[in-house]
Design a protein around this ligand. Structure first.
Ligand code: MN
Length: 257
């Protein structure tokens, strides 16, 4: 096995909050050790420099610049700082909209921030985005349709819970879907996930917000999700794993501009 083969990722965790774990540094090493291509999303642009520094020498960890919609009520003013760092960021997230009961009041501010981020991404080009869309799938897709043409950026919908019609609309817009363990626990979402196009599927953990036996899920545990996805879609595990890696490659390489 040559060095290049050794460095190929084996698994994909396209949405994990590494900086919210107590053992952030050890987790980065674990992602490299277990060859999990991990997207470390952040919730505020203030977290960007430290996350970047810690992952600077990692083989399989990439850091995304974020401004979480659930924090926009208090942190909308940080969009300026977000734009300041954006030129250095290939990956963007966590961003998006949350119209759940706790965050509904800030939805107009969230939409303003989201639109501004999408426009900045479209202007710079070549960004890869991990997008939150709780109870706001239609609005999220509307903003993407208006502000970020597929030729100017790649969108991965994180924890998608929309309808089949919304999924078709997202596919038509060029979006990918990162699937986690909790999504597969819902019978309604299982049905939808079973029907998503294979060439648009990625996996994620959304750790530490998803638990396994009471403990925050770790990126390497995304292997269970690949296995469940394979079973759900009635294909061999190895075929599912390779398809997800191919999709990661497509997301990362389709977008150089
Ligand atoms: Mn998240």
């Amino acid at each position: 096995m040559n060095e290049r083969t050794l460095q190929k990722p084996h698994w994909v965790d396209f949405h994990c909050h590494l900086d919210l774990y107590r053992d952030h540094v050890e987790l980065i090493a674990e992602c490299d050790q277990e060859r999990v291509a991990t997207l470390a999303v952040t919730t505020t642009p203030k977290a960007w420099p430290r996350n970047r520094e810690l992952a600077a020498n990692a083989t399989h960890v990439r850091v995304a610049l974020g401004l979480h919609p659930q924090l926009v009520a208090e942190r909308a003013s940080e969009v300026g700082l977000f734009e300041h760092y954006l030129a250095d960021a290939r990956y963007v997230g966590e961003i998006g909209l949350d119209a759940g009961p706790r965050f509904y009041r800030s939805l107009p501010d969230q939409e303003r921030v989201f639109e501004r981020i999408l426009c900045a991404c479209a202007e710079q080009g070549g960004k890869i985005l991990s997008v939150h869309n709780i109870r706001a799938v239609g609005k999220v897709l509307g903003h993407i349709e208006r502000a970020l043409p597929a030729s100017r950026g790649r969108v991965v919908l994180h924890w998608f819970t929309g309808t089949a019609a919304e999924a078709r609309r997202a596919v038509a817009l060029g979006c990918y879907f990162s699937i986690n363990k909790e999504m597969l626990n819902s019978p309604k979402h299982r049905q939808l996930i079973a029907e998503l196009p294979e060439d648009r599927l990625l996996t994620e953990t959304d750790g530490p917000f998803v638990l396994i036996q009471g403990k925050p899920i770790r990126p390497r545990e995304v292997a269970d999700t690949v296995s469940q996805l394979a079973a759900l879609r009635a294909i061999p595990m190895e075929g599912m794993r390779r398809a997800i890696l191919d999709n990661l490659r497509a997301v990362v390489s389709s977008n150089v501009s």
